[in-house]
Design a protein around this ligand. Structure first.
Ligand code: 1CP
Length: 333
């Protein structure tokens, strides 16, 4: 069993496994080299050999405990025939949403469209580099996907003015998203994913009164479904104010915390295994500071089942030597 699984299943507190959100891609020169030649990002995700190679790149360099599949949460709208493009220095731009068409798609149609993602998982899972490690599959949470599919671009500058206007469309879209997320989760598990992480990157955009409809209900349904397949679920509701309430309602196997939440309060109030927390910007400072901050998290979660990770994805400008230092430091703790 991998150390991550031991932390999740056996609630081990003496192990300090580590993996890093967005560890595949972005900051690695060997990734950039591949990316330069493959300008269409979705097409790159759908190239099983390259996707597997990129997934394994960080494991070749660092003693990480998991491989996270090189894909994207926006592979779901792509699988449902919504246009998805990644524009340099802008981010994702999505095409118009064709609800009538989407509501008619079958599981087979969707699975066929993104089948190379599943092939990549098989390749990664069968590679020697992932022996005794965990292969992590992932999805975007229903709310975060609804955001991209309706907003058609990143909500970094806010949601479009009439985002919540068409309540019927929103309700129906949430149902479709949930249905195909379950198919996507099941397919990933059938291909060898041993853990599923649900990224709710935009949970922090909602008011408390809207959390039931957009976050709690649909995410709980996904978590419950994944558990019936006997695979643990890690939830990352970035920006949510009340992590305790989130855990009480959703009951994930692991809660991944963002860097804005006080880890001391988390360690005190939350009983389930915890992952993450440290601000990715720390990796842009110096080794001494990095050691101090990483140690702070390790100390706080010393008697708690804890998987080391960051409080959001590793930043593209991160120097790989800082990552190397971090992984060694956590392993030697
Ligand atoms: O231009 C490039 O080279 C592409 C950059 C890139 C990469 C490497 C994107 C575009 N996606 C990915 C891979 C990716 N995305 C992974 C697999 C690799 C890994 O984790 O190591 C994962 C898990 C994701 C997840 C993802 N995609 C999230 C959730 C996590 C988070 O960071 O909040 C989100 C919100 C996306 C959307 C997305 N895809 C890419 C970008 C630039 C964005 C964010 C856009 C925005 O700011 O709204």
């Amino acid at each position: 069993m991998s150390d991550i699984k031991k932390v999740i299943k056996d609630k081990k507190t003496d192990l300090n496994p580590i993996w890093i959100m967005r560890q595949a891609g972005r900051y690695l020169p060997e990734f950039r080299k591949i990316r330069e030649k493959h300008t269409n990002f979705i097409r790159l995700c759908l190239n099983s050999d390259l996707s597997a190679e990129i997934t394994l790149q960080p494991l070749k360099r660092f003693d990480l405990d998991a491989a996270i599949i090189f894909s994207d949460i926006l592979i779901l709208p792509y699988g449902l025939n919504q246009k998805v493009e990644f524009v340099k220095n802008v981010g994702p731009i999505l095409g118009d949403l064709n609800f009538n068409q989407m509501s008619k798609f079958t599981a087979n149609f969707f699975t066929e469209r993104i089948n190379p993602v599943y092939k990549a998982i098989e390749l990664v899972q069968n590679n020697k580099l992932t022996e005794n490690k965990s292969t992590i599959g992932f999805v975007g949470a229903p709310w975060t996907l609804l955001v991209y599919m309706l907003n058609k671009k990143s909500p970094k500058q806010g949601l479009k003015k009439n985002f919540f206007e068409d309540k019927v469309l929103i309700t129906e879209m949430l149902k479709i998203i949930e249905k195909f997320l379950k198919i996507h989760i099941k397919n990933q598990i059938n291909s060898g994913a041993e853990i599923i992480q649900i990224f709710d990157s935009w949970a922090g955009l909602l008011n408390n009164k809207d959390l039931d409809k957009y976050v709690y209900n649909p995410t709980f349904s996904l978590v419950e479904f994944t558990k019936t397949l006997d695979v643990p679920v890690i939830c990352f509701p970035r920006g949510i104010k009340d992590y305790k309430k989130y855990c009480d309602i959703i009951q994930p196997d692991v809660i991944c915390i963002d860097y804005e939440i006080d880890p001391v309060q988390i360690a005190k109030n939350i009983k389930i295994p915890v992952q993450g927390g440290m601000n990715p910007k720390i990796l842009l400072t110096d080794k001494e500071n990095l050691k101090k901050e990483a140690k702070r998290y390790l100390d706080i979660f010393k008697d708690h089942p804890y998987i080391f990770n960051l409080g959001h994805g590793v930043l593209p400008e991160t120097n790989p030597t800082m990552m190397e230092y971090l992984v060694k430091m956590v392993k030697d703790y």
